[in-house]
Design a protein around this ligand. Sequence first.
Ligand SMILES: [Zn+2]
Length: 252
Amino acid sequence: MTPGPARYLLRLDDLCPTAPRARLDRLQGLMEEFRVCPILAVIPDNQDRELAMEPPDPDFWARMRALQAEGAVIGLHGYRHLCASRGRSLVPLHRFTEFAGVPEATQRNWMRAGLAILRAQGLNPRLWVAPRHGFDRVTLRVLHEEGIRVVSDGLARMPFQRGGVTWLPQQLWAPVEKPWGLWTILLHTHTASDALIDDLRAFLRHHAGQFMPAGQAMAEFGPKLPLTERLYEAAALLRFRQRQLRKRLSGR
Ligand SMILES: [Zn+2]
């Protein structure tokens, strides 16, 4: 990744048949208007009650297939989105996750079952999106065995190789202008407010040309991160954890 204007990826998380339809319509409208090909992180068999906001949409899977046909990249977003494990993640942003620390045989079973569900719906999952950033070296090994060689995670400023897979970092939870690097902006379909979607629209007006199709970013395999970027990554993780701690202490 050479210096120059920043490039952006858009990622939508927690996609499942009970995702709020009106919000998905708005987001899909933006993607079509500005020709953005996002990463769609789809939960194969959602059992997380917090994500069961509406009755299941019978057209959900057809919508995902249509978006995939238009260039969206499908991400395997865990298996059931039940975050009950306290294992330490390679991207330790949350205490409880679905995959980190889970025994290898179970991770393999969940991964295979999840991939089979998505494929049976006509989707081609091409990368891994861990619920709550929770995955470990075992997850990477299993992903590799299953032919998934890209993860969307990490706080570096450029794609890189680590643990046998390519990492497309995901560092933003709202649109933010950056001078250089590759930045993934993540929106959660269940909680994205109208104001946040308005912000995204305003950002796209100015920066739509800087958004990369996710498939193109996946093809740009970065090398190992240089030392300066590894230091930046460690500092970004520290800042994130300090923010979380401050939030917890202030009771929010
Ligand atoms: Zn999620």
